[in-house]
Every structure is written in structure tokens, then in C-alpha cells.
Ligand binder design. Sequence first.
Ligand code: ADP
Ligand code: NA
Length: 364
Amino acid sequence: MPPKTIQIIGSLNIDLITRTPRHPNPGETLTATSFTYGPGGKGANQAVACARLSRSKNNQQQQQQQQQQQQAAPPSTSSLSTPNIHIDMIGAVGNDFFGHHLLDELKANGVDTTRVQQTDGEKTGTAVVIVEEDSGENRILITPGANASVVSPPSLFLPSSSSSSSSSSMTSLPDLIILQLEIPLATVVNIIATARESCIDVLLNPAPAVGDLPRDVYKGLKHLIMNETEAGLLMGALGSETAEAEEEKGSPKNAQDICERFHALGVTNVIITLGAKGVYYSFRNEAEGWGEGGHVPAAEVETVVDTTAAGDAFVGAYAVAVVGHGAGVAEAVRWANRVGARTVEKEGAMGAIPWGDEVGGLPV
Ligand code: ADP
Ligand code: NA
């Protein structure tokens, strides 16, 4: 069987993180505690999550070494392990230091970056994060940069022309497209419409939270994964959030009501992540048109170190479970819930996402 393909169309950012005892006042200069930078952006994080969670850490490192050796001394025949899922990232970075850094990081994690555009006139997107150590409060400024230039040409779904040993995967359409909202909304809406026409499954993670989405987006949407804030805002825009519902937020009954609303608009699987409270999911029974699902409590965590990228890891895990392992929604949600828990135990965003063999449950 040819490998499956997950295509992630979305943002690539560099996170610039300064830790400081307190935020400076207007006009004040402070000496910070530390500064780090690293790859991020919801698109890139979810692509890396898909890649890591469909591979084992050691295999990927061995394969990379082998590829490097092959480049030095070509005629080697078999590749050590063909990834069972081809992870194809589509997006844009600048032709600058940050852009090169992002592409290197994604490749090292097993993501195909052939179709990430490097645009000369653009700067790579950045997220400037100031962490106030005393309060733990973050202030974040995002400059979209090249992410704002991602448009959807008709060729978007064409198979990648990159050559790898798994050339058979390049001749078919993706098995799943994953989208978030850090590229222009018009692009996202366009892609969803085209995917619908081509019968390609789409997973939409409507993050960061927006007030409103065109209703067409939900029609025929296979997977909708959002956190409570995002769910609340989208529901508000749909005009059905009563005071009573607001009060019950997070309780299973309200969660099911929310899910039903999205089912009614045409979404098959609705998943609401609840942070430390776990996750609520509902899937639509195609034959009868009603939703069923339930609440899954969060997996146990030793110490919550950093919740950054938990949602992105969840999305990647869910996608890998569904596409790579043929898991049902309930099973995929449970595995993703465990992956989310592993991610909050580690400092950092992309670097905190576990590899497939670091999470038990599904075979890697
Ligand atoms: P986002 O980062 O998008 O806001 P959530 O905070 O809802 O997303 O987290 C995504 C998932 O990660 C949760 O559904 C849960 O599975 C896991 N998770 C997040 N925080 C915790 C926590 N404190 N303990 C255990 N699991 C967590
Ligand atoms: Na983390």
C-alpha cells in the first residue's frame, strides 16, 4: 500500500522568547533574564507533530544520518525506513536567517518542505513573546510576514514534485489537509471549498480564535478541533450562546450542545479540547444524523511545565491516528489526549512534542 499523505497548509513562525522578572514600564529599559528563539507557528508545529508522532525518534535520526551519507557517497539502494505517512508542509517563509532555520528544523523532523515558498521580498513571520516570570503572564506580538502571502493557486493540491524513495505517494491527492487560521482567511476558505469539490478530507483547527467564519466553511467539514475559547467565539458568532449555556461552559451537556450546532452546519467530527479538563468529542452518525461522543478526562501529568503547543500536538496526534492507523474518532481522541499531556510536561513549543514511540497506545 502506498504511504498516506497529510498536507499541512499554514503558518511558519520563529518564536523570539524573552524571560523577564517583570514587564518594563513605558520608556523603561530592563535587563531580562534570558532570551531564546525557536521554530513555531501553528502550521509548522502541527506538521512536526504529524511527523514525530508517525515515526520513532531513533529511526528518524538513523534515516537522516543515512541520507547525509547517501549524499556524500550515492549508490545505496534501499532506504532504511520509508515513513508510513508523508508529511507535506505548504506555506511561506522569508529568504532570511529565520526562514532557513525553520526549513532545517522541519526537515530534521521528517517534514517535506519542498513546497514551502521562500520569498525574497518577505520576512519570515515572528512571534515576539515576553514572559513575566513573577506572574507567569505572557505578552505576545505576532508579525505574519511571509505567512500573509500564502494564497491558494489551483496547483495547491497537486502532488509534490520532490523526489524521495516513496515516489508512489507523489502521484495521488493528500488523504487529509490540515488548516489553521494564521494564514489569510480567504486562502483557508478557498482551500476548504476546493477540497470539498475534490472529496479530500479537511481538518480545521480554527486557531487563533476569531469572531466569525463564513458558514460555508462547515459544510462537509470532516474534523473540527478547537479549544474552549475558540468554540465559545464561534458559537457566539452563530448567535446561539445563551446566558445559560455560558454558565455551563465546559460541562458535558453544554459541550454536546455546541457539537450538535456544528454537526447541524455540516461537520462530521467535532472535538473541543479542554486543557487540564481533557477533551470532549462528538461524531455524527452519517446514517441517522445524530451526534454521539463523550468526555475524556485529561491524562495524568507529573508536573505541568509549559502548555505551549499542547493544542498543536493534539491536532497532529489525532490526524496521525485517523490517517495512519485508521483509528476511529474515540480512539484518536484518547491517543491525542495522552500526547497533549506529554507535551505540557516539557518546556518549549515544537521541541516538547513527543515522538510516536514516546507515547504508548497506538503502534508506530
Ligand atoms: P490549546 O493549547 O489549543 O489551548 P488545550 O489547552 O485545550 O489546547 O490543550 C490541548 C490538549 O492537551 C487537551 O485537550 C489535553 O488533552 C492536553 N492538555 C492540556 N493541558 C493539560 C494539562 N494541564 N494536563 C493534562 N493534559 C493537558
Ligand atoms: Na510544552
